[in-house]
Design a binder for this molecule. Structure first.
Ligand code: NAP
Length: 295
């Protein structure tokens, strides 16, 4: 008699699986042999191990009764509302938040302060409900995300610089940054899964290199064909150019709080993640494809 030693594939529900972090996670889960139910507001194509369920977090589709793990790679506040409405006793939860929770609560922009408050209260709600469900939750807080060519900051800079053949930054844009690659975040989400030390914890997930804002943008331009020039301008001139770009529809939502932050250091300690689950993110050397550009 043949006795199979294969254990059944582990199963995951992934919210936000079509986003930049979710897509990288999906790839890793499928490559590792998981059975995945992914939720999207749009109809998408299933494969043997991947079933897309159409719906959103406030009107969710029926989901498998007891997956091994639920990943949240979409809006955390909507996920927290969904999670609080569901009994998922003992089901592992891994949810992406953002370092914005640490940075934006003192922002001069009320919308940014509101985001920080919503993220903090959603993180709290996830941990509280997990405790009620005798479940283990881990919250991952990425910094500025890159790598899928879908981000609204570095990929947007790349697109504008390619279009113009140059890019401008204020001289004060020297604040430290640690951009983090989507695949390093996906790897982290899998690494925390079976890490006991990560239960009930949150982790800042930054990239493997600290650069000034200026150096970060220079690396973006270095990746582009015909290497657009980076021009330093006085802060007042940069502010005036942003107003013009906004009025002509080239730029959206690049408010004064965002501009002021270019001079601020946003550096986060990744040592707890390194110690607990071997987090080892790459440095920042993007290719055109990782910035959303086809050659
Ligand atoms: N982007 C960054 O630089 C950054 C930085 C730090 C932290 N984060 C956090 O990391 C997580 C992932 O970010 P991301 O940029 O990869 O993705 P995202 O743009 O925040 O969203 C990912 C996906 O979530 C789905 N979604 C949006 N609203 C939904 C809803 N109401 N119900 C169900 N699904 C919904 C969308 O998929 P469908 O269109 O298929 O429904 C979307 O593609 C988020 O929590 C984000 O706040 C991002």
């Amino acid at each position: 008699m043949h006795i199979s030693t294969n254990s059944p594939a582990r199963s995951a529900v992934v919210f936000g699986a079509s986003g930049q972090i979710g897509a990288a996670l999906l790839q890793r889960l499928l490559a590792a042999g998981w059975q995945v139910h992914a939720v999207s507001r749009q109809a998408r194509q299933d494969t043997a191990a991947l079933q897309w369920l159409q719906g959103d977090l406030d009107n969710p589709p029926p989901l498998p009764a007891r997956p091994d793990v639920v990943f949240s790679c979409g809006p955390l506040d909507a996920f927290a509302r969904w999670y609080q409405r569901h009994a998922l006793v003992g089901v592992r939860v891994i949810a992406f938040s953002s370092t914005s929770v640490l940075v934006k609560h003192t922002s001069p922009d009320p919308a940014e302060r509101d985001l920080a408050v919503r993220l903090a209260s959603a993180e709290h709600a996830v941990f509280a409900h997990a405790r009620d469900q005798q479940a283990d939750a881990t919250i991952l807080r990425p910094t500025l995300v890159w790598g899928a060519g879908m981000d609204r900051s570095l990929s947007r800079i790349a697109a504008l610089a390619r279009h113009w053949g140059w890019f401008v930054l204020p001289r004060s844009a020297q604040g430290a940054r640690q951009p983090v690659h989507v695949d390093d975040l996906a790897a982290a989400a899998l690494a925390v899964l079976d890490c006991r030390a990560a239960h009930g914890q949150n982790y800042a997930l930054a990239g493997g290199q600290v650069l000034s804002y200026w150096q970060m943008v220079q690396r973006v331009l270095l990746a582009l064909p015909r290497r657009p020039r980076l021009l330093p301008v006085p802060d007042w001139l940069f502010r005036a150019l942003v107003v013009l770009a906004r009025r002509s529809g080239l730029l959206h939502g690049f408010g004064s709080a965002v501009q002021a932050r270019m001079a601020q250091d946003l550096v986060f300690d990744i040592e707890p993640a390194r110690r607990d689950f071997g987090y080892a993110p790459r440095g920042f050397s993007p290719t055109p494809a990782e910035l959303g550009l086809t050659q």
